[in-house]
Design a protein around this ligand. Sequence first.
Ligand SMILES: C[S@@+](CC[C@H](N)C(=O)[O-])C[C@H]1O[C@@H](n2cnc3c(N)ncnc32)[C@H](O)[C@@H]1O
Length: 291
Amino acid sequence: MASDVSHFLHITRKRYRKQHQRLKELYHENSFLVKPDQVIKNRPLIKYWRKKKSLFSKFDERPIFLTDELWYSVTPENIAKFVAKFVKASLPNATKVLDVFCGAGGNTIQLALEFEKVYGVDFSLDHLYCTYKNAESYNVNDHIWLKYGAWEKLAEKGRFAKIGIDFAFGSPPWGGPQYLQEKSYDLETSLKPMGITQLLRSMISVTPNVMLFLPRNSNLEQISQATMQVLGPQGHCRIVYVKDNGFAKGILCMWGPSLVNAGQENEETFENIDPPPPPPSKDTVNYNLDG
Ligand SMILES: C[S@@+](CC[C@H](N)C(=O)[O-])C[C@H]1O[C@@H](n2cnc3c(N)ncnc32)[C@H](O)[C@@H]1O
């Protein structure tokens, strides 16, 4: 379905004139469209180009839009699909969900395939535009509502506190591919735009059901500390290690009783995330997704 420019200009209000104009230009120039014969000049991006269909399975069928930064920061489709299906199974009555750092829409799109309304936030207009265009390629653009702005400011103003968000997801910037150079990733100083305690607090102010996608070498002690600081000594966090084709991709940290108690408590390892998992149940001990 082709959209006209008026369909996504709600990303910026008329009063943000510069951003409004920029969005119109991006649209008219079809900016950031990845062409099939594109020459990737930025060498570190070549490895992402080679596995582009793991980022968006529709790469060869439908137009996909990515900035250089998004090539390495978009959530691969099978992980995003797993997240969306896991949340749907844990919170079957949820209707409104929030993706705090929506980037290229990897998570927003999969959430929109499961839930009625997905709010996406990003402080990059180029990225919001990519989210919208990619959502169009997956025919879910009518389910998404995009908000331009820095999350810390929107949270401080309580922008999403009163609209009844059922679940909030966040894949915050890890600081580029060099995040693995730290033996133990410091979640208070390396995570952007704020440390884990502040980020969790800001998301919990919107909904009790929160999930973050974080580096696999994250300092778990800091997650425990953040949980206690924000939720008190009785607070619980569940950590799921995500592996794809045998490679650890990151961890999913979740808060809120429905997410924490779905399936088994404590830690699990998820192997090869395609095909999507069965709905979590109390009886499930480990999800073996190797097929
Ligand atoms: C790791 S990417 C998210 C990838 C996304 N989940 C996807 O699948 O495409 C992080 C995103 O957060 C955005 N971002 C960084 N700091 C932000 C802030 N303070 N407020 C809102 N968005 C921010 C960046 O522009 C980037 O698009």
